[in-house]
Design a protein around this ligand. Sequence first.
Ligand SMILES: [Zn+2]
Length: 120
Amino acid sequence: MHEVGIAQNLLKAAQQAMPPMTSPRVVALKVQLGPLAGVSPDELQFGFEIASMDTPFAGATLEIESVPVVVFCPSCQKEHTLSEPEPVHCPACGLPGVELRQGRELVLMSFEVGDEAESN
Ligand SMILES: [Zn+2]
């Protein structure tokens, strides 16, 4: 159930990023997820549902944008986007000692807050 912990960390980050207003209702969260983040989109959705219970995020939509793995190859002196997340090596020359530039992210991009001011 580590995906629940991952989702909880995400919600914590979202809560800190939220403007300090009175109990906003969050309707949607958008995150970027790399294939090497240690959680799959499905697992994250599931974890989010559990972690968001009894929080301002309950019932919110989690939009997951998948980002590809990008490596920098010191031999090619170039960045490459991998079509498969693993193995992490240079797709052009096969060098395994490449530098991971992207692919581990689990980043909160934005969130939408519902309009609760209309109370009539
Ligand atoms: Zn290379």
